[in-house]
Design a protein around this ligand. Structure first.
Ligand code: S3P
Length: 432
């Protein structure tokens, strides 16, 4: 399926984007392993979070829903999962594969996980390595790619692991395996990354201690069921933040958005570029900070993006590059080599698409340099990456001709109603 995005338009209104993908995954995982019944509201009914949900159903967990964002999970306890009948297929979802790897390391059965063409190319050695140190037998294809097979032959050893890259998925994998290890498992990260696992474990009554850059869990505890209200996903809201910033005459409010400090790089970076963004009605929902976000159009300027913001905005760069294309002057991104191993090589995919539109964008090994200015339309390839597809839909607001975006099916992994919501807000977007 392709998108046809017509040029021009402005955004207005009050919008609620779907639930946070990271928190939705974790709500199923911890709810399934808790004792008691966990009720989740605001769950993301996207393919990625559903892949996690189906994996737990395949391991014998009774889950009702999702129905209008509500899911009820009958927890089986940390030791209550059953071996699945076959391989677990997790589609496009790196979060499912990497976090499940940690949990599966603690089971007394072996499991193989597979994924789609994109996930099958993504690096899994980053989770295999610490799990092997914990005593788990882990098999991958050549180059550390999926399928990923996890076999726990004996008990798990606790480890102190220093992450070689800033990755919340790897951190979470090790912490989740640590629930099953004997003793204290610690993970130290080179830069702060999203801490939803730590927050949610604490919410389920499982103590995670955090000291500086190190998070630790003691094995052998238990999780107690809780109610979860999943905030709207700031990574999905980001498309509308950039859209309203670049389309003249826009004024929108995005409601109930998660503003966890480890996720707000997109707000920090857009503000540095001169965006007009205000946080309203800030509140705490079940251990996660939430706010309504008002965005009005503004004249953006190019910046050198501070490297410490990179992990805090890691999923938002495709659309931030569109903001850079509409800004006055040059935007420089460095220290972002992780973007090359996301659902696509996001540096190359965005540089190629921007060049097609006539934007002067140059990929570098660990980032990109983008010269802002006027641009046209054309046909760009999303490489089946949801965030590349949505970023180029936003780009049309300032293009002088239509943009056709190829391969947009995977938008449903994180934002199933994107076309409808974007059209309501003021984008001229069609599926074709
Ligand atoms: C995620 C962590 C990030 C992010 C991904 C979701 C998570 O990946 O890009 O979309 O839910 O933990 P990395 O851990 O690879 O940085």
């Amino acid at each position: 399926m392709d998108f046809l995005a017509k040029p021009g338009g402005s955004l207005s209104g009050t919008l609620r984007v779907p639930g946070d993908k990271s928190i939705s995954h974790r709500s199923i995982m911890l709810g399934a392993l808790a004792e008691g019944t966990t009720r989740v509201e605001g769950f993301l009914e996207g393919e990625d979070a559903l892949a996690t949900l189906n994996a737990f159903r395949a391991m014998g967990v009774s889950i009702q829903g999702p129905e209008q964002g509500c899911v009820t999970i009958e927890g089986v306890g940390l030791h209550g999962l059953k071996p699945p009948a076959g391989e677990l297929y997790v589609g496009n979802s790196g979060t499912s594969m990497r976090l499940l790897a940690g949990l599966l390391a603690g089971q007394d059965f072996s499991v193989t996980m597979t994924g789609d063409a994109s996930l099958s190319q993504r690096p899994m050695e980053r989770v295999a390595k610490p799990l092997r140190l914990m005593g788990v037998e882990v098999q991958t294809e050549a180059g550390g790619r999926p399928p990923l097979t996890i076999k726990n032959n004996a008990g798990l050893k606790a480890i102190d692991y220093v992450l070689p890259m800033a990755s919340a998925q790897v951190k979470s994998c090790v912490l989740l395996a640590g629930l099953y290890a004997e003793g204290k498992t610690s993970v130290t990260e080179p830069a702060p990354t999203r801490d939803h696992t730590e927050r949610m474990l604490n919410g389920f009554g499982y103590a995670v201690t955090v000291q500086g850059a190190t998070a630790s869990v003691e094995g052998g505890g238990k999780l107690t069921a809780m109610a979860i209200d999943v905030p709207a996903d700031i990574s999905s809201a980001a498309f509308f933040m950039v859209a309203a910033s670049i389309a003249p005459g826009s004024d929108i409010t995005l409601i109930h958005v998660g503003i966890n400090p480890t996720r707000i790089g997109v707000i920090n970076i857009l503000k540095l570029m001169g965006a007009d963004i205000s946080l309203l009605n800030e509140r705490d929902i079940g251990g996660e900070p939430v706010a309504d976000i008002r965005v009005r159009s503004a004249d953006l300027k190019g910046i050198h993006i501070p490297e410490q913001q990179v992990p805090l905005a890691i999923d938002e760069f495709p659309v931030l590059f569109i903001a850079a294309a509409c800004a006055e002057g040059k935007t420089v991104l460095t220290g972002a080599e992780e973007l090359r191993v996301k659902e696509s090589d996001r540096i190359q995919a965005m540089a190629d698409g921007l060049n097609t539109l006539g934007v002067n964008a140059e990929a570098t090994a660990d980032g990109i340099v983008i010269e802002g200015g006027d641009y046209g339309g054309g046909t760009v390839n999303s490489h089946h990456d949801h965030r590349i597809a949505m970023a180029f839909a936003v780009a049309a607001l300032r293009a002088s001709a239509p943009i056709t975006i190829e391969g947009c099916d995977n938008v449903a992994t994180s934002f199933p109603n994107f076309v409808e919501l974007a059209s309501t807000a003021g984008l001229q977007l069609e599926q074709c």
